[in-house]
Design a binder for this molecule. Sequence first.
Ligand SMILES: [Zn+2]
Length: 303
Amino acid sequence: MEKQHFVVDIPMDRRNFIKNSVGALAGLLAVGTGSSLGVRSNEEEAVRWALLADTHISEVLSDNYRGFYPYQNLLKVIPQILSNLPDGVVIAGDLARLEGKVGDYANLKKLLNPLAEKKPVFMALGNHDNRDNFLPVFNKIAGEKQQAGGKHVVVVNKPPIRLIILDSLFYVNKAPGLLGKAQRQWLEDYLGNCDDTPTILCFHHTLGDEDGDLLDVPRLFNLIKPVRKVKAILYGHSHEYGYSEFEGIHLINLPAMGYNFSDTEPIGWVEARLTAKGGDFTLHVVTGDKDKDGCVTKLTWRT
Ligand SMILES: [Zn+2]
């Protein structure tokens, strides 16, 4: 067990050296650990994602709320992400300020361009988005676009993790969200047919029972509870950063990028390093409450 931790915790550039040393040691001891070492190196395979939510970019660059400037916040974050380029960027909805105007998306696209030129950017739609305005602006969407009841659904297969972007936009500029029967049916079929790659779902809405949450949460939970490959859900909406669990499925509420609703909440993004076994999630605070800046949350996937 100890040896396993040793291998997992080493920095990337020393990995080969350590692996060779451990391999040599295993050979000397001749206890048949060769095959388990092979498995271990697969377990080390990781994908890195920059996770954002609630960017709330307006067509008006100076737009602000509670003294926070969403455009300036995102402008500040782009070089941070570029400086340690992840494999991709995920934004969990409420891309636009209020109504999902074409001008909102044009500004968002301009901001994201330096990133999008280098790595794919995947976006879920929230209650302040408009599907009909979003799709023409972001017409070259990376990932595998799915036919799911007219919703914006994308599958991203990036070993060792599969990401499924779902669409909980129900009414533009009204709080509640809904996946809806057609999308849930699509999800059930897809999960029933895909391989066992650990899978993370991403959409905008929160998972409570308030009138402004995702309205079909119980149906979604019933659907994914027995599907063991579903390991976590990423979402936004609350403008609060937090972790909880349902039946061993990690529920990760990403902080807002645009503004908070409470002084005790950070405004920023999360850097995720994901393996087949779990993930490390590092908070990067831009403004708001800076108390948890740099904090790393380590999660283990259910089996
Ligand atoms: Zn929001």
